[in-house]
Design a protein around this ligand. Structure first.
Ligand SMILES: NC(=O)c1ccc[n+]([C@@H]2O[C@H](COP(=O)([O-])OP(=O)(O)OC[C@H]3O[C@@H](n4cnc5c(N)ncnc54)[C@H](O)[C@@H]3O)[C@@H](O)[C@H]2O)c1
Length: 264
């Protein structure tokens, strides 16, 4: 059954091979539990899997297969929301582009990889916001939540364009926070490493155990983050419980970026 509030989650598909956990999937499922009708947007067919889970839980949602970098497809998403639900209250931008060619420093990365990554990780967020905001304003206001990364603040070697895209997403968040308050609040959620099905593909169980164990050692919490620990913060930012939080980058990294690591 349709709810009174609607939310778009881009990158909302479950893991692309297994249908396993994903950050966008967990966010979609959580927002549906919080009473939103959720419009799951993704390039991957596993977006339908997310909606199936939402419906199994008694929630409401639809899957729209679309590319957030394509203006025509983005406008079609907004038109569908208008005709199906009539209003929009929340946008969660959660897509990201990964390719072997983007994992390089500034000297080595090709211009094509640089531009393609910014096209998804930055312009995909910009376009979704640009075309959602008028409907959100017509609907009486709402919240925009951009999924950033600690790579916006600290640097993973040879991951240059990803870092730049996430720093730009935080700046996009702040500019929208100033320009559209008080009707629309905008915030970023800034995760450290999060356990997702897509990065588990192509690793044996033994390799996975070692990988997670090695990463966990770098985090004061001594474990990696679960997708629900990101989804809970998004739900908080989408709710009136966070009614005076605007333009912030909320770091959810178990204390990694504030921890000094050298021996004294
Ligand atoms: N997993 C982590 O450790 C981690 C850490 C920090 C931040 N993040 C952020 O979390 C978000 C989710 O990504 P993830 O890493 O969990 O990976 P993911 O692969 O599970 O999710 C990315 C999703 O975006 C979709 N997508 C990519 N390009 C698209 C496009 N043009 N149009 C529509 N959909 C598109 C993919 O199909 C995929 O379902 C991203 O913003 C990522 O930067 C992830």
């Amino acid at each position: 059954m349709k709810k009174n509030k609607t939310a778009i989650v881009t990158g909302g598909a479950m893991g692309y091979k297994t249908g396993g956990t994903s950050i966008g999937g967990a966010i979609s499922i959580k927002l549906a539990k919080e009473g939103f009708s959720v419009i799951v947007v993704d390039l991957g067919e596993m977006g339908q899997r997310t909606v199936d889970v939402i419906k199994k839980n008694g929630g409401d949602g639809i899957f729209l297969k679309a590319d957030v970098t394509n203006t025509e497809e983005v406008n079609k998403i907004i038109d569908t929301i208008k005709s199906t639900y009539g209003s929009l209250h929340c946008l969660v931008n959660c897509v990201a582009r990964y390719s072997p060619g983007m994992g390089k420093n500034v000297a080595d990365i090709s211009e094509e990889e640089w531009n393609k990554t910014l096209e998804v990780n930055l312009n995909g967020y910009f376009k979704m916001a640009k075309y959602s905001i008028p409907l959100m304003l017509e609907s009486g206001g709402g919240t925009i939540i951009n999924i950033s990364s600690i790579e916006s603040q600290v640097v993973l070697p040879n991951f240059s364009v990803y870092s730049v895209s996430k720093a730009a997403v935080d700046a996009l968040t702040r500019t929208m926070a100033v320009d559209f308050a008080p009707k629309i609040r905008s915030n970023s959620v800034v995760p450290g490493f999060v356990k997702i099905a897509n990065s588990e593909n192509n690793r044996t169980p033994e390799q996975l155990e070692k990988w997670y164990s090695d990463i966990s050692k770098q985090y004061p919490m001594k474990r990696v983050c679960e997708v629900d620990e990101i989804a809970n913060i998004v739900a908080f930012l989408a709710s009136d419980q966070s009614s005076y939080i605007n333009g912030q980058a909320i770091v959810v990294d178990g204390g990694k970026t504030i921890a000094d690591t050298h021996e004294f």
